[in-house]
Design a binder for this molecule. Structure first.
Ligand code: SF4
Ligand code: SF4
Length: 376
């Protein structure tokens, strides 16, 4: 927002014509807090009116669908826009005689317009640029070693120091696919920023929102208690920690186990899936082969196993003790609770009652009994 004027209406130009499966769009539709419907219908107070252009959710098709994109490319849209890129960006410098991905045709030449050309035209004019999903953020599966397309993430394409017209860096929301509310929260922050009601969105050095990606999977995992006690699963049919069967959770930034997937339910390790690091810039190559024990996990789990087995044994004893009711809970003829009548004002122990009242009062106030007596 170069002139810092609050924006009252904006468009979202969402392009999933990168190397993409459209899974992030599909995932986003599952968000409930807030939902995309809430945003588009203007049910969230304090944000601009939003005109969403996403092909999976659009009524228009073909050239009619492309109208706002063409207008924005010419600077004729008439309102600010957020550019959302889904899918990784192939290297069109090495496309031979063809092209890797395209989105509509040039109206004059009839030639396909590549994704890269759209990014070149739209990104410099956008209020904000968002890369959604791990393919768009860091290249993802299409950018694996041995790929023929030279695919990369949006920041690799535009440059990590890119700034939008509002002075914003690219905003990366990784995930394969994105966790629905992770995207919606980020989106609503940007909308509130456009309305002049939120400070600059906080991003880490990989351009991820810090409040979403600041902790590891392991720190939010339901199974972390098993890890800490050195109690490890040896197959996938177990509620125990899965680090020995391929979980990378201790070294992966992702909030999914804490947040769940849809409406708080799910979250990979919570429901039996190992974490394969799908939110990370090193995904997938650095986490393969999937389902093998991560190299560092062999060492760390051995260390934890020694400490964990001792602690688990001790906790077992304490747990057994705490699992019993106190012995004075009985229906016998005698009271065995340790009840002392001195602690009842006017109790049956003669002048003990007065003394004990003073003692009780002093105990409650932390004052010596004789000082309490003086103050009467
Ligand atoms: S299953 Fe994975 S994330 Fe969960 S406690 Fe074990 S290593 Fe950590
Ligand atoms: S827990 Fe791991 S595999 Fe699951 S979404 Fe997060 S990073 Fe991806």
């Amino acid at each position: 927002m170069a002139d810092n004027k609050p924006i009252e209406e904006l468009s979202v130009l969402w392009i999933s014509e990168g190397m993409s499966c459209d899974g992030d769009t599909v995932s986003m539709t599952a968000a409930g807090n807030p939902s995309i419907e809430d945003v588009v219908l203007g049910l969230i107070p304090g944000i601009p009116k939003v005109n969403l252009h996403n092909k999976v959710l659009a009524y228009e098709t073909g050239d009619r669908y492309l109208v706002p994109f063409r207008k924005a490319a010419k600077g004729e849209l008439g309102q600010p826009f957020v550019l959302v890129i889904e899918g990784s960006i192939p290297n069109e410098n090495i496309n031979g005689d063809g092209y890797w991905t395209s989105f509509g045709n040039d109206l004059e030449t009839g030639e396909p317009i590549t994704l890269n050309e759209w990014i070149d035209m739209l990104a410099p004019k956008a209020f904000a640029v968002v890369a959604v999903g791990t393919c768009a953020t860091y290249g993802g599966i299409h950018a694996m070693a041995g790929n023929p397309t030279g695919s990369m993430g949006l920041a690799d394409y535009l440059g990590w120091d890119f700034r939008s017209t509002a002075g914003l860096p690219i905003v990366n929301v990784p995930g394969c696919p994105i966790q629905p509310e992770n995207f919606m929260e980020t989106f609503v922050w940007l909308l509130q920023q456009a309305a002049g009601k939120a400070p600059m969105i906080p991003l880490d050095e990989k351009l991820r929102p810090t409040w979403l990606f600041g902790k590891t999977v392991h720190e939010g995992c339901d199974r972390a208690g098993y890890y800490e006690q050195g109690d490890f699963a040896v197959d996938y049919n177990s509620p125990r920690c899965q680090v020995k069967v391929g979980c990378w959770g201790p070294v992966v930034n992702c909030n999914v186990p804490k947040r769940g997937w849809m409406h708080g339910i799910g979250g990979c390790p919570n429901v039996g899936g190992i974490c394969i690091g799908c939110t990370m810039p090193g995904f997938p190559d650095k986490f393969m082969p999937f389902m093998d024990q991560p190299p560092g996990a062999a060492f760390s789990s051995k260390l934890v196993a020694v400490y964990g087995q001792v602690v688990r044994a001790l906790r077992g004893v304490t747990n057994h003790t705490m699992d019993e009711e106190p012995k004075w809970h009985h229906n016998g003829p005698a009271l065995t609770t340790g009840y002392d009548p001195r602690f009842v004002p006017g109790g049956s122990r003669g002048n003990g009652a007065r003394t004990s009242t003073a003692s009780r009062t002093s105990a409650g106030s932390n004052q010596p009994a004789h000082r309490k007596e003086q103050s009467r």
